[in-house]
Design a protein around this ligand. Structure first.
Ligand code: ZN
Ligand code: ZN
Length: 372
């Protein structure tokens, strides 16, 4: 059965929190576990407020870049995640992935604050070619030794990191342009088994029951689900149902040019892209889009129009905008401005599947209907 895949936005503000938006964080919830992407300051408050995520189910945390609005909530969250466990509880470590410096940031924050964790954690760093490799320093208590994941560069000069291949998902990452090293993550679901035509398959299995020597030949359906052929004693070959492609989610860190992730991001079901600014009716009269875009790029960010353009470039099905300047409030009073921001993205995307996200918003990623 295809699994439910749900995204909840925990913080959609850039730089600093406002009364209506917290700094960056979002949760991806599936199959009994939750992964967080970025942990801005006070993400814990958001988890408490929205009550959609079970804390004990958070087992992986991915960080896009080291700016404070994306990591300042990480050390206290780690303390809380391990707080209610007794010292003897044996649980796998909380796995954290992110750029160079993340391991030290967590280690020093926990060490200087004399924080004691009752569950282990491990930080895996995604390294650029000239990043320093360090393992030599003493590990914090309860810190396990993380891996250094090196960038691979293919013959077309596409850069990427293979982050995990685990269970139903493959996660990879690629560098994108920002004022400091920044990453985008691509979460790909492995192909989903198709539906078995029971009406067709059951009689074949039943007529071979004795020759198979199985009390319940229907147990072979499992093999079909695993994409294996069944060769029946009477010579019939039962082909597995055609698999459906899995879903693809692209989650970008801050960026003014995400083209470095294009090779991984093509045909995404969902693209989550920052939209720090946009030209709206709130801007001073006479401001041109070109002026605003130039200023935005100089600060390392994107306008909603730029996000729409990239969504079109990778042929995304849906564009979710986040990381709004704190002047764009996330409440009902600001719907008109948010709609202007959305319209600018729709225009450049050429698709009306655009949402300006808000804190607490959840969205289900539907399974793909198309069969490759
Ligand atoms: Zn940011
Ligand atoms: Zn940033």
């Amino acid at each position: 059965m295809p699994k439910s895949l749900l995204i909840q936005f925990l913080g959609t503000s850039s730089g600093q929190p406002s009364l209506t938006r917290n700094t960056s964080s979002l949760a991806l919830k599936t199959d009994g576990v939750t992964w967080l992407f970025d942990v801005g300051e006070a993400t814990q408050h958001q988890l408490n407020k929205f009550k959609n995520i079970k804390w004990s189910k958070i087992n992986k945390i991915f960080i896009t870049h080291m700016h404070g609005d994306h990591v300042f909530g990480l050390p206290p969250l780690l303390c809380t995640l391990t707080n209610n466990l007794n010292e003897d509880s044996v649980m796998p470590p909380i796995e954290i992935y992110g750029p160079s410096g993340l391991r030290n940031f967590v280690r020093i924050s926990l060490s200087l604050t004399r924080s004691r964790l009752n569950r282990s954690y491990v930080v895996h760093e995604l390294l650029f070619p000239d990043d320093p490799i360090e393992f030599g320093k003493p590990l914090e208590s309860n810190e396990q030794l993380g891996t250094n994941i090196h960038m691979t560069i293919d013959k077309n000069n596409n850069k990427s990191w293979k982050v995990i291949n685990e269970g139903d998902y493959i996660v990879s990452a690629a560098p994108i342009e920002h004022s400091i090293p920044s990453l985008g993550y691509v979460i790909e679901e492995k192909p989903i088994p198709g539906n078995i035509d029971i009406e067709l398959v059951k009689p074949i299995l039943m007529r071979n029951k004795v020759a198979l020597g199985l009390k319940n030949p229907m147990e072979l359906l499992k093999k079909l689900q695993q994409d294996q052929c069944l060769n029946m004693p009477d010579g019939t070959v039962i082909e597995p149902p055609q698999q459906r492609p899995g879903r693809k989610i692209v989650i970008l860190g801050d960026t003014f040019d995400p083209s470095g992730i294009t090779h991984l991001a093509m045909n995404a079901d969902v693209l989550i892209h920052e939209a720090t600014t946009s030209l709206t009716s709130d801007d001073p009269e006479g401001t041109t889009y070109e002026q605003l875009e130039k200023r935005t790029i100089e600060k390392g960010h994107s306008t909603s129009k730029m996000a729409g353009k990239f969504a079109a470039k990778i042929n995304a099905k849906k564009l979710l905008l986040n990381h709004f300047s704190s002047r764009y409030k996330g409440d009902k009073e600001n719907i008109k401005i948010m709609d202007e921001i959305k319209q600018a993205a729709i225009e450049s995307f050429g698709n009306d599947q655009v949402i300006c996200t808000y804190d607490g918003m959840t969205t289900q990623i539907p399974i793909r209907k198309d069969v490759n």
